[in-house]
Design a protein. Structure first.
Length: 221
């Protein structure tokens, strides 16, 4: 989804997530370093819920990023892969793989931030194989996407779940509500991630999480 990745490659970015749990006035802050490798955003947390990650956890994250880079190298097909690879839950997907899981309908044209855009809705296809956690999650999502007219650049995505997402028959985890808005911004030389607003109601084992996350991306100083 990133345009002109060669311009953005090698530059550093920071993401900041503020988790506002329902019933609490104290947001929990997480932060991550972000780099772009062959057009794919690689994110490595260094603060989680207000606490700096331990040296052991940091090594685990570094190893995970190294494995993701190897996955990107395996799937890289040169210039035709620019902006067409995604990291979803530490798995590399192509834009085509994601798009083929949904039915799409054109809703018309609309200006977004002063730029002409084509708006499409998406619904999960029926009887698509579900092989892992990401498949199950995507099979429950619907929403709308705004594409810049002429280039097809993704500018904004709205999404929500159609039904609860259950893992391990709901014993391991269940997402009762997932609702979000994701936007990209035009930077000098290309587009990059800008802001994510996410509303969650989920339970993992005996922990119940309910609230909103606001995640902002910005160039590192």
């Amino acid at each position: 989804m990133i345009a002109n990745p060669n311009v953005l490659a090698g530059k550093s970015y920071i993401s900041r997530s503020d988790w506002q749990r329902a019933g609490s006035n104290d947001p929990q802050v997480s932060m991550a370093h972000i780099t772009v490798y062959k057009s794919v955003e690689l994110e490595q947390e260094f603060i989680v819920n207000g606490h700096r990650v331990s040296s052991g956890r940091l090594r685990q994250l570094q190893d995970r990023v190294a494995r993701i880079r190897q996955s990107i190298d395996r799937d890289w097909r040169g210039q035709q892969s620019n902006g067409r690879l995604l990291d979803i839950d530490w798995q590399i997907w192509t834009i085509g793989q994601v798009c083929r899981r949904f039915d799409w309908r054109w809703l018309g044209n609309q200006a977004l931030d002063g730029r002409p855009a084509a708006v499409f809705s998406f619904q999960p296809k029926r009887q698509v194989p579900v092989r892992n956690r990401v498949d199950k999650f995507l099979a429950s999502m619907a929403g709308r996407v705004w594409l810049e007219a002429g280039t097809g650049q993704v500018m904004r995505v709205e999404f929500h779940n159609l039904r609860p997402v259950r893992y391990g028959w709901g014993i391991l985890a269940v997402f009762h509500q997932v609702q979000g808005v994701f936007s990209l911004a035009r930077l000098p030389g290309g587009w990059f991630y800008h802001r994510l607003w996410l509303k969650l109601d989920e339970r993992e084992l005996w922990h119940h999480w309910r609230g909103t996350v606001v995640k902002i991306y910005q160039p590192a100083k």
